[in-house]
Design a protein around this ligand. Structure first.
Ligand code: MN
Ligand code: MN
Length: 348
């Protein structure tokens, strides 16, 4: 049973967006994304029945082999967003170049970035996957260009994600706190089930792909060793490790109960600064977590302050409970200030 006191997404948005042209057109963008989420949820659920699991032969721009659902879900988002008159451009994980759309540039338009399926390697094993998205303001008085996407994440006006898990949940922020909605299949509505979420400042859970340990920098090594030492080490408390391997699901757990998620810079593939993508993975998740009182850092800078140079650029991330992220940032600072590192200190 759905408790009556809970409001639906439409009511939440009408109460929290203004009657301005800019906000009312942002509403159209959010609805186009929500429609995509509802459709992708059905695709994910039905994929084994429809023969839509498995990989395709070709790869995306990241050199990663695409799953059938990567392509289908991308097509769904692209179609819904192209049909929205307030969307002037798109960047998708699955499309090499920005998709620019001819729109009335005297009006308030938006640029949307998205990862249509995050964690697609988990689909085969029936583990939760999700979609990640955010919106930036498009320029007024001229057509949008690909370079308009290359602004820091702090410029995002809307960010969120969906998780296709035991429940279909939609987490979003319009810059006024972070809200969690749950889909009611009976009514076809998203219902606000947790308002103004807060990530606890402290935690006893961390999430990292420990198989990369030999590629980590010393500050990450130090942090993880201290967590593992538990009550016998400097932390004086035991930690648990969790790793779902869908960033969206790992970060959702942190939003719900605290923790810290690390995909740090490592030297596994030295030309990559990190594994995850800045525009449509790191930035939206960072806005969601910061709006809930958490923090997101590369270890050396705030994620939302990074100025992208490429729409598909990668970056490191340490995200979650504030005090934990700050601790890890300070370990990087201490490490970079050691005399032996003065030639490769990225802050100089
Ligand atoms: Mn992803
Ligand atoms: Mn993806």
């Amino acid at each position: 049973m759905v408790r009556k006191m809970h409001k639906n997404l439409k009511t939440y948005l009408s109460e929290n967006l203004n009657q301005t042209e800019a906000d009312q057109r942002l509403l159209l963008v959010i609805y186009a994304i929500v429609e995509s989420v509802k459709q992708v949820a059905i695709m994910v659920e039905q994929a084994p029945l429809a023969g839509q699991l498995g990989k395709l032969i070709h790869s995306n721009i990241q050199g990663e082999q695409q799953a059938k659902l990567d392509v289908l879900s991308n097509n769904c988002f692209v179609a819904n967003l192209q049909a929205c008159e307030a969307v002037a451009g798109l960047v998708s994980e699955e499309v090499d170049d920005a998709i620019l759309l001819a729109r009335d540039d005297t009006k308030s338009n938006y640029l949307v970035v998205f990862d249509p399926i995050d964690g697609s390697s988990n689909i085969e094993v029936n583990v939760a996957v999700g979609s990640i998205f955010s919106a930036l303001k498009a320029p007024v008085g001229r057509a949008a260009q690909a370079t308009d996407f290359l602004v820091k994440g702090a410029e995002q006006v809307f960010a969120g994600y969906a998780i296709y898990g035991p429940s279909l949940v939609l987490v979003l922020t319009i810059g006024a706190g972070t809200q969690c909605f749950t889909f009611n299949r009976t009514t076809g509505e998203f219902i606000l089930t947790q308002a103004n979420l807060r990530v606890p400042d402290d935690t006893q859970e961390f999430a990292i792909n420990a198989s990369n340990a030999r590629f980590w920098e010393p500050p990450i090594e130090q942090y993880v060793q201290e967590c593992q030492a538990g009550t016998t080490g400097v932390r004086g408390k035991d930690f648990n490790m969790r790793w779902i391997a869908s960033m969206v699901s790992d970060v959702h757990r942190i939003l719900m109960r605290g923790g810290v998620y690390l995909y740090p810079k490592d030297n596994k593939v030295p030309i990559k600064a990190g594994r995850l993508r800045l525009l449509y993975e790191l930035n939206p998740m960072s806005m969601v977590i910061e709006q809930a009182g958490g923090a997101a850092s590369t270890g050396r800078a705030q994620v939302l302050e990074l100025k992208p140079t490429d729409i598909h650029q990668r970056g490191p991330i340490i995200i979650g409970s504030k005090n934990e992220v700050e601790r890890i940032r300070s370990y990087h600072q201490d490490f970079d200030q050691l005399p032996r590192n003065k030639n490769n200190n990225p802050n100089r």
